[in-house]
Design a protein around this ligand. Structure first.
Ligand SMILES: Nc1ncnc2c1ncn2[C@@H]1O[C@H](COP(=O)(O)OP(=O)(O)OP(=O)(O)O)[C@@H](O)[C@H]1O
Length: 582
């Protein structure tokens, strides 16, 4: 297989939302590489997480959403290239940091003993408190009742006090019961914690044993960290100090100083814990919580030079986002009117984006805007330049949105159902335009759609999402003609183009699981006609089908019984070729 460059590498991504005191997990551990210049479609039912997934790397997550876990490494050498002036201040900073790191490095020799001490402390603490799972289960129970109480209280507000007295009375009674239930649960929780604490405090034999072991370990630790550090460690620390300066160099004085301090603290902690700081991934992970790491490359008399490891999951700074959102990663939404301002002429809207991001003169911006309008297929751009959005048809407006998205020459173009609102012939034209322009602009298309016909037409690869996970992905031919996940079978079976004359259209029965709860086993199990016992107990891993094709289903385990995919999708190839003129 030809080697393609990975543009976005998504690892273990978990995205959550806070919704009225509860947590909804919209994305559950997604791993996916997206390549340069490819066209990948994300498909799945409504609510499966398609939009949330792409919004996380477009920097557009709603304010109640947050990335709970994982990384999104964006490889953009132009954006990543970083230089910092190697002036007096920087040199002073580096010398100071180096000294601190060398001091902390002494702790590395005692890391194993330190871990033993921590384990001992944790054991002692665990004896005196309830386990995390026990605490969580109790908290969840209280939260669940509190949530139901809020729901009932809100419902009660909708009752008519004159006509629905009985309903109000019943609701009040139930609300009181719920208050009592919550109080009882809190009381039980307190009692159980107190009992655990008391039991631990009176176990003298255990306490003496722990203290003796601790004294011994502490003495050993003191000895271990008393020595010096090696030449290699000093050299590594010198590089780390430069990486700190490179990583914080783009911030103003205050933030720079604060982040410098935070990074030294994080590295000291990592040294104490014995983390392998020579490992690239470990080093990234230590820098990440503060700011993404700039890897040291080289230096001259006047400047330090590095390349930054852009982890989009950690970009918090608004100025960092403005360099990415809309410029490197742009989005085209379903309804062009949400992206266009109805009271500003089309030409001015394109121009203002060009001027904002490319800092050129008005004359030059106008020239580029006209060129873009021409490229996206607006006939007579000069004449249409001063028209308002309402004077354009739906399809033409979408072309303008594409022109605006392309004005900054993005590396990734996310298309979130961009043709759903358009009629079929216009849909085909817009898809063709996106594909044609891809050859010229070399962007990667990430296409969100629930229309598998669109996928067959536009994508090289497809990822199928279900309940916040990618359950199957591969090249379009693989996923369409040799699908392996029962959910993909069901999705394909429900394609209207496959329906036989006079037979009912296939539809997937049941509903997806609630995203508020922990999901045990395979989330598709309750709706899966091929469900096995293991599906209800254990989450399946991602099984490899070919070099490029993967599916997350226990059916691919060698121990699973052989099952046939549904008859209706057996000859899907011919049917799709006929339906979509592929
Ligand atoms: N701001 C938010 N607050 C709470 N929940 C949210 C928020 N945004 C999305 N969600 C939830 O996250 C889940 C995934 O939503 P998402 O919009 O990604 O689905 P989708 O697959 O794109 O569906 P559709 O095709 O309907 O757009 C849904 O359950 C949705 O309700």
């Amino acid at each position: 297989m030809e080697q393609k460059k990975v543009l976005l590498s998504i690892k273990d991504l978990v995205v959550k939302f806070r919704v009225r005191g509860r947590i909804l997990t919209a994305i559950r551990n997604i791993n996916l590489d997206i390549y340069e210049n490819e066209s990948i479609a994300i498909v799945g039912e409504s609510g499966s997480g398609k939009s949330v997934f792409t919004k996380t790397f477009a920097g557009m997550l709603d304010s109640n959403g947050f990335i709970d876990q994982g990384s999104i490494i964006y490889d953009d050498s132009e954006l990543a290239d970083t230089t910092v002036s190697y002036n007096k201040r920087t040199r002073r900073g580096i010398a100071f940091i180096e000294k601190k790191l060398n001091e902390a490095s002494k702790l590395e020799a005692g890391a194993e003993t330190w871990q033993e001490i921590q384990a001992l402390e944790a054991e002692k603490k665990a004896r005196a408190t309830l386990s995390e799972e026990e605490m969580q289960a109790m908290e969840d129970e209280i939260k669940e009742i509190a949530f139901q109480r809020t729901e009932l209280f809100n419902l009660k507000q909708t009752y008519d006090p004159r006509k629905e007295k009985e309903l109000i009375r019943k609701a009040d009674k139930r609300l009181k019961e719920m208050d009592q239930q919550i109080e009882n649960l809190k009381k039980t929780q307190k009692e159980r914690i107190a009992k655990k604490k008391q039991d631990a405090a009176t176990d003298q034999a255990f306490l003496v044993q722990v203290q003796e072991k601790k004294d011994e370990l502490n003495a050993r630790y003191k000895q271990e960290i008393a020595g010096g550090i090696t030449r290699e460690t000093e050299e590594r620390n010198a590089i780390l100090a430069k990486e700190i300066e490179l990583s914080v160099g783009r911030y103003g004085a205050l933030k720079r100083r604060r982040n410098e301090r935070e990074l030294v603290k994080a590295l000291t902690e990592a040294m104490r814990e014995g983390k392998n700081l020579d490992d690239e991934e470990v080093r990234n992970a230590v820098f990440d919580p503060v700011t993404f790491r700039v890897r040291y490359l080289d230096e001259t008399e006047n400047r330090l030079h590095g390349t930054c490891v852009l982890n989009l999951a950690k970009v918090k700074d608004a100025t960092d986002w403005t360099k990415i959102r809309g410029t490197r990663i742009a989005t085209v939404f379903q309804d062009p009117m949400t992206s266009l301002n109805p009271i500003i002429t089309i030409g001015k809207q394109i121009m203002s984006i060009i001027i904002k991001h490319q800092k050129c003169s008005e004359v030059e911006a106008r020239r580029r805007a006209l060129e873009l309008m021409y490229k996206v297929g607006i006939p007579n751009p000069e004449k249409r330049f001063d028209d308002y959005p309402f004077q354009y048809s739906g399809g033409m407006r979408q072309r303008i949105v594409i022109a605006i998205a392309l004005s900054c020459q993005p590396k990734v173009l996310i298309c979130d159902e961009p043709t759903t609102a358009l009629d079929v012939t216009i849909q085909a034209q817009i898809l063709k335009l996106l594909k044609d322009l891809q050859k010229e602009f070399n962007y990667t298309i990430v296409f969100i759609t629930h229309d598998l016909g669109v996928v067959a037409n536009i994508a090289d690869r497809v990822a199928v999402m279900y309940a916040g996970q990618i359950v199957e992905y591969g090249e379009v031919e693989e996923v369409f003609y040799d699908p392996r996940h029962p959910y993909t079978w069901a999705l394909l079976s429900s394609l209207p183009q496959l329906a036989e004359r006079n037979t009912e259209l296939f539809s997937i029965t049941g509903t997806p699981p609630s995203l508020y709860n922990k999901i045990v086993g395979d989330p598709f199990a309750p709706r899966n006609n091929y469900c096995m016992k293991i599906d209800t107990l254990k989450e399946p891993p991602m099984f490899q089908v070919s070099e490029t094709h993967y599916a997350k289903t226990w059916l691919l385990d060698p121990r699973a019984p052989k099952v046939e995919k549904p008859k209706i999708i057996e000859n899907i190839h011919e049917k799709l070729v006929e339906a979509y003129h592929l």
